[in-house]
Design a protein around this ligand. Structure first.
Ligand code: HEC
Length: 358
């Protein structure tokens, strides 16, 4: 009995906090790891978006350049912004319209340079047409472009990376300009052949508009993850609370059942004792009856004997009542059985309470 009680006590003391804290730690780890992972996915998405934008810009350059090259250059009026290109050595570089306007031939690279100025003004791009062997000295590549151009010679078709230019982040992307048939009109004299890499155009996309979107996305993600984390932790704590309550209820039910068993034992014992007592009491009663009958009615001890009889009768009534109670009725309770003594002794009629010895 003692050992059992001890075991129950230990059982009651099971600490549910360590597993709950374990679950919360695992959940936090999962949240942190997947947050980092998704943040990186978003960040690489930003770079990929910039890369796609840069490629589009490059392709647009290619298309109008092709249009220009297909015409072998195009004529535009000379102006302070568009002086004749001294590097373009060709017949009829400048022509006069019938009404005296001077037109100059614009080769693709010159057009590209002018378009790039507009692109910088309108969109903040820093694009540049260049070559390892430039005709125009200002077209020299910067170190990053030199590296890219050398890689193109080795077969690479695109180079891109995030670079800091003028203290801001740019996505730089460069692709080669391959010598085509129409290019040879002007570039054959330098020794270029079809398929040679004539140079390249580097595109630089400012990252700030894209990182602004990235920041909003990461904030949204963080809010969702924070919310998920709170739900997970609250769910675990709530689970812990309900589990504890459940265990407490079960312990209470077990306690009641144990009490009930104890009571049952006591009752059985009391029943047995009463049963055993009843017979000697009946003997005492019978014998005193005989003595009383044999006695003179005015015998000085007759009154005492009657008193004894009364008390014995009272005792046997008590034992009879007790026997009745021990054949108890039980009521079914949710947490187990308990004795319904009221019902057990009800309808008996005899009372235990007539204490008057007279
Ligand atoms: C009408 C003549 C003409 C045609 C056609 C032409 N180019 Fe050029 N290209 C020039 C001149 C002149 C320059 C040098 C000055 C400058 O920047 O305008 C030049 C410059 C370049 C540059 C810049 C590097 C440097 O040498 O200064 C590249 C790259 C280039 N051309 C590629 C091409 C390609 C590719 C084609 C064919 C699609 C082509 N060009 C067609 C005349 C031409």
């Amino acid at each position: 009995m003692e050992g059992q009680h001890k075991a129950v006590k230990n059982h009651k003391n099971i600490n549910l906090w360590p597993p709950a804290i374990g679950i919360i730690c695992l959940w936090s780890l999962f949240i942190i790891v997947s947050w980092i992972w998704l943040t990186q996915v978003i960040q690489s998405g930003t770079i990929e978006t910039a890369r796609i934008e840069a490629r589009t810009v490059f392709h647009n350059d290619l298309i109008y350049r092709q249009w220009n090259a297909n015409h072998g250059g195009v004529y535009v009026p000379v102006s302070p912004d568009t002086p004749p290109n001294k590097y373009l050595k060709t017949k009829h570089r400048e022509i006069q319209t019938p009404d005296g306007i001077t037109l100059t031939k614009i080769n693709p690279a010159y057009m590209t340079r002018q378009v790039h100025v507009l692109a910088t003004k309108n969109y903040g791009y820093k694009n540049h047409i260049t070559s390892l062997n430039p005709i125009r000295p200002q077209n020299v590549p910067d170190p990053w472009e030199t590296k890219a151009l050398k890689l193109f010679e080795k077969g690479k078709t695109e180079v891109s990376s995030v670079e800091i230019m003028d203290k801001t982040n740019y996505l730089r992307l460069m692709r080669p300009l391959i010598t085509g048939k129409k290019c040879l009109t002007c570039h054959a004299k330098q020794g270029y052949k079809i398929g040679n890499i004539r140079g390249g155009i580097s595109i630089a996309i400012p990252l700030s508009p894209l990182t602004a979107i990235e920041r909003t996305n990461i904030i949204t993600l963080s809010l969702i993850y924070g919310f998920l984390w709170i739900i997970g932790v609250a769910g675990t704590l709530l689970g812990l609370f309900f589990l504890k309550r459940q265990i407490k209820k079960r312990h209470q039910a077990e306690e009641q059942l144990r009490e009930h068993h104890k009571m049952e034992g006591v009752m059985e014992m009391a029943g047995a004792v009463c049963h055993e007592l009843n017979q000697p009491l009946q003997m005492i009663l019978g014998n005193s009856e005989i003595i009383l009958m044999e006695m003179e009615p005015d015998h000085p001890l007759a009154k005492q004997l009657q008193n004894i009889q009364k008390q014995v009768e009272r005792m046997s009534r008590t034992t009879r009542n007790l026997i009745k109670i021990t054949n108890y009725e039980t009521k079914q309770f949710p947490q187990g059985k308990i004795i319904d003594i009221d019902k057990a002794s009800e309808g008996d009629g005899t009372s235990n309470n007539d204490q008057t010895p007279e």
